[in-house]
Each structure stands twice: as structure tokens, then as C-alpha cells.
Unconditional design. Structure first.
Length: 251
């Protein structure tokens, strides 16, 4: 069926068009998602608990940092259809990731029950409708979905963006906070292409969400540290990227 967004999303669309980024608080995001899936506490709890089942990022471990993740690829088209593609590596060129670019990185796949659950599908559908509306000329999207857990230790703070201030080499990015446990900091900053900071905010509540027009701004997140050094500490996020796979018909 055709893509559609609630009328309340006009301000979100306007912010992305004018500023290249937007931050939406959890309450507003929950209302925008509608249809009850974000209000189903059991479905959300099951979705959030899947972050306890992420695999270690062995690539990042090679440079002495800790992160857990799972990854999946979807294909979305202009009619609103979105389906999961075969498992494949995550790749970024060194132009966009100087730390780990230029190599194919194979991560453990997102579990099928997580990829198909109502909260995940509603979030992906919302992003598809939003980003599709911002780029109506795109007929097919390559969508990558990442479950991230950044772990913080007393002697080694967690690095949500170890590559520093960056772009991802895609069209659009959505970052959804799933959980913060026993951490401080983790502030997102947005910079214009000339390097000047144009915004900052901290995702603190589940469903606090950031949207980024990756071609127009850089983004980065400060390190997270444990509040109580004796207890486990982590930051869980869902990161979804949309990259145009096929442009206008006949292009």
C-alpha cells in the first residue's frame, strides 16, 4: 500500500528539510508511531530484551574497544513494501569510516523474531514513510538495521561513535534509544559540513529518536561512563540507515 505519515509529522519533515536533522522525544515519537505497537508494554519489553542477546563486535575489539551488535538488511520500495534481504556484510568506504572502512564486516544476524516483531516493523515502516516522502524520486531503498550495545567500564569508557564525528555514506539515518543503564553522557552533536556545531541533544528515554540527513550534516556521540563503577553499564540503540538503491524509473 502507498506510504503515509500522520499529519503531525509535518514539523518533523520540515526540520529535516531545513536543518538536516531532528530530535523527537519519546512521548511525541510514541504518538507518531500510533497503531498501539509502541504502547504494548509486553511487545516493547520483549523487543528491548533482545539487546541482551547481541554478539561481540570482533572487528572493534581489534582496536581495544567494546561493542555488541547484530545486523540485518532490508529492501524497501516506493509502494511501501519492505522485506528482509539475504544476510550480507556491512561495508563502508574509508571516505566515511577511517577506523574500519574499506572492509566487509560480517556481523551476527538480527534474530527473525526480532526483525518481524511489531515494534521493529512499526519503526521501520515509519522511517520508510518519512524518508520516502523526503526523497520521492527514489524507487527502491537499501535499508540496514543495527542493534548496538555500547558497554562502559570504569577504566575504559564506551564509545558510541568510535570513528568520531562522521557521515555514514547513506541518505538518511534514524537512531532510536532502547535503553540506558547506569551511564552518564552520550550526548549527540550535529555539525554542518563546514564543521560548525548546529545542534546537540542526549537520548535519555526509550524511544527518544534522532533523524539525520546524512548528506548534509555530520553526527557523533560522546563517550559514556558508568555512574556506579561496580555495576554493569550500557547504552542500547537501534540504528537504521536508508540508502537509495534505485532512483527514478528510467534513470
Amino acid at each position: 500500500m502507498p506510504l503515509s505519515l500522520p499529519a503531525d509529522c509535518r514539523m518533523l519533515e520540515l526540520a529535516l528539510r531545513e536543518d538536516g536533522f531532528a530530535f523527537i522525544g519519546a512521548g511525541v515519537m510514541r504518538a507518531l508511531l500510533g497503531d498501539g505497537t509502541a504502547h504494548d508494554t509486553r511487545a516493547w519489553a520483549n523487543f528491548a530484551s533482545s539487546w541482551h542477546d547481541l554478539a561481540e563486535d570482533s572487528y572493534l575489539a581489534q582496536v581495544g574497544l567494546r561493542r555488541r551488535r547484530r545486523h540485518a538488511v532490508f529492501v524497501a520500495n516506493v509502494s511501501g513494501e519492505l522485506h528482509r534481504a539475504a544476510h550480507q556484510p556491512h561495508y563502508q568506504s574509508r571516505d566515511y569510516n577511517t577506523l574500519q572502512g574499506g572492509i566487509e564486516r560480517w556481523f551476527e544476524p538480527i534474530r527473525p523474531d526480532v526483525a518481524d516483531c511489531a515494534p521493529m516493523r512499526r519503526l521501520l515502516g515509519f522511517a520508510h514513510a518519512l524518508f520516502g516522502g523526503l526523497a520521492p524520486q527514489v524507487t527502491q531503498w537499501h535499508v540496514e538495521v543495527h542493534q548496538f550495545r555500547i558497554e562502559a567500564l570504569p577504566e575504559r569508557h564506551g564509545q558510541p561513535t568510535p570513528e568520531g564525528m562522521h557521515r555514514d555514506g547513506v541518505n538518511f539515518v534514524m537512531v532510536v534509544l532502547i535503553d540506558r543503564h547506569n551511564i552518564t553522557s552520550g550526548t549527540t552533536s550535529i555539525h554542518a559540513l563546514d564543521g560548525g556545531e548546529i545542534g546537540s541533544f542526549t537520548l535519555t528515554r526509550p524511544l527518544d529518536t534522532a533523524f539525520v540527513d546524512d548528506g548534509r550534516v555530520y553526527h557523533g556521540v560522546t563517550a559514556v561512563a558508568p555512574l556506579d563503577p561496580a555495576q554493569p553499564a550500557w547504552r542500547d540503540v537501534l540504528v537504521v540507515t536508508f540508502r537509495a538503491a534505485v532512483g527514478p524509473a528510467g534513470s
